[in-house]
Design a protein. Structure first.
Length: 116
């Protein structure tokens, strides 16, 4: 099983990034896909998730209106489009996959830094 994140980097405030999470080794379409983040000295927090059934999404209040989570089951890939980025969005972003039976996998994380 692998979850491989990509797309992180350094961006100026107000900029955009698109993170990708390429999955392999499990039935991607059956898993809820989530993005979490962890800033230095803080706990890991849920940013957004998209359920396996119906494509239902939910978002943390801190990112609503600026972030969109999506998935492409044909490509076994989840995405996180982030716009209007703020310095407080700086964190390591992790991809998470969880099944209805509580099987759970994590990616290695990708660094997002928002700074001028």
């Amino acid at each position: 099983v692998q979850l491989v994140e990509s797309g992180g980097g350094l961006v100026q405030p107000g900029g955009s990034l698109r993170l990708s999470c390429a999955a392999s080794g499990f039935t991607f379409s059956s898993y809820t896909m989530s993005w979490y983040r962890q800033a230095p000295g803080k706990e890991r927090e849920l940013v957004a998730r998209i359920f396996s059934i119906g494509g239902i999404r939910d978002y943390a209040d801190s990112v609503k209106g600026r972030v969109t989570i999506s998935r492409d089951n044909a490509k076994n890939t989840a995405y996180l489009q982030m716009n209007s980025l703020k310095p407080e969005d700086t964190a390591v972003y992790y991809c998470n996959a969880r099944s209805a039976f509580s099987s759970e996998y994590w990616g290695q994380g990708t660094q997002v830094t928002v700074s001028s």
